[in-house]
Design a protein around this ligand. Sequence first.
Ligand code: IVH
Length: 690
Amino acid sequence: MNEAEAKKRIETLTAELKQHNYLYYVLAQPSISDYEFDMMLEELQRLEKKFPQFADPDSPTQKVGGDITKEFKTIKHRHRMMSLGNTYNEEDLREFDERVRKGLGSDNFEYVCELKFDGFAISLNYQNGVLIQALTRGDGVQGDDVTTNIKTIKTLPTRLKGDFPADLEMRGEVFMHRAAFEKMNADREAEGLPGFANPRNSAAGTIKMQESSEVAKRPLDLFLYTLIADGKEYRAHYENLQKAASWGFPVSSYSKKCSSFEEVMDFIHHWDKHRHDLSFDIDGVVIKVNNCDQQDELGFTAKTPRWAISYKFKAETATTILETVTYQVGRTGAITPVANLKPVKLAGTTVKRASLYNEDQINKLDLRLGDTVFVEKGGEIIPKVTGVDLSKRNPDSAHLVYAQHCPECGTPLIRREGEAQHYCPNDSGCNPQVRGKVVHFIGRKAMNIDSIGAETVELLFDQGLISNYADLYYLKYEDLIRLDRMADKSVRNLLEGIEKSKQVPFERVLFALGIRMVGETVAKKLAKKFRTIDALQAASMDELIAVDEIGSKIAEQVLAFFMDERNLAIIQKLKDAGLRFEMEEGSGPVSNVLDGKSFLVSGVFSSFSRDELKASIEANGGRNVSGVSSKLDYLIAGDKMGPEKLKKAESLGIKIINEEEYIAMLSGTGLPSGAPAGHKGVTQQGSLFE
Ligand code: IVH
């Protein structure tokens, strides 16, 4: 690989891994398996070692985890939460074992083998036996305060019994049992809500919910696997966990002390084979040196301990026959090809279907009907086809020709330049799209009409009572009472829910319209900037892309939406029905104390998340920019900001301030020269700065 190729590959891997980190840690919706992620990360590590000049200072290889979600208070960990190095085969693990022996200069030590629970890490602070705080790992340095939510976990003791240390930190993994997860997903689907991909995502999604009463309804569980306390009596890991169990903590009984490498391998092989006998998911085994003095002697690398490592199980594979390929149409018209397989047992379940993602993937695999294919189950519930056993191919089989027409409405499919997915463009006449739009419209984060479920939407369509979401507002009691399963009470309830939704604020109405690529956040930004639907409709490409984080792709979709007469007619109907198409008074800027000033926010902050800081800048009249240039007025520097940015800002003589100085600017005590004196800046959420 030459320099130019290496540079390009490093850039691609960096960008992709950052996106996957975001999907995994922030959205809890990973799109690739852990194994694939680790392979990409390893490739990047190798390349960065060979070509350090091209490494991004903010490279995913430099940090342990992801970002901080904004809803919870972010708090610094008392002790940094490290990650574990990964191994995938015996050879890698043997190298780890040799490093441990060399590091200790002795063969006189024990390992503890534990299951690697597939959930998410949590740190619990107990003072005098009482749980006072629970933090997520966040980025390892600081995490979200999720104490109220964690307290809802039935197996977690909030008050300890016995002879516990006064100051105690316990760490462990929150997860969901598979059966509970499946039941929860079935309930969600019945309500028309999307199911979670796997128990891990579902546990992570649950703990980040705002209402702890909702969390309490979800069946979370946890195992503790680390104890941090001062004192001679807490210097052996295995024994620590036994003590923790006696104080009331749920500790896994599957851990084992091992005094030879062979015993460790036996433990691994046993659980690789029997992991589906457990009621919860594991994705490997964790191997730790037991003695804490020996742990200290070995110490840490920048990111991981030298005294522990994880052995990750390979995703399980099976072979079966590809019988047919069918195509699914999503709400946005996106087409997903699905492999229909001869049923086969895989990872404890029977698999009949697998995702094929898109045309490129099918071509890459060179799939043909009747092929013997390999299917793999990674982190996701839906397995995927990973390859073809060519030795079993029928030489007469023909190449698969990708669908040319929509399987639902027959419209010719399109594939936009630069996109992998095909689309059905018939968004106003194609059944799953038309109905899917209504389901999206009534959703909790959109119009929140919870008196209607996905089944009722189907019924209303089938009976010809609606053909788009605007029709919901013109439904009449007389029409509904005639329907099957609709009694007086349910009809009144339904109509009441619709009526109530007229109070939903503009930004959510905008999200509910279902404009492609306009998710919740983009809708908020557009609503805040343009304030009314009429202003948004009149906005030009340039005006749209001037909005923070709105690029030309999103802007094109907004323009296309308002160019379509049918959409305009629907909006008119919604306006006539009395929905809110304007921002409320008082939701505008809070002050103009930062008027005309540009800011670049970089690094991690202790009082608020980056998004909150940016929102506060805008709310007080300032402007956020994304790069350092001579036009930049202030760089707000947080912890761990990129050294390159800092250097550049210093060389251009840009004012560099910390978060305290920023807060002082807002409160009028540290105003930048030229700003109106005595003008008090207020934040949208005053409590952030208390
Ligand atoms: S020990 C210093 N033990 O795996 C490392 N972690 O890849 C402390 N995990 O962040 C972690 N089961 O979320 C440890 N028995 C176990 C575990 C475990 C699952 C998770 C944990 C950690 C991640 C590292």
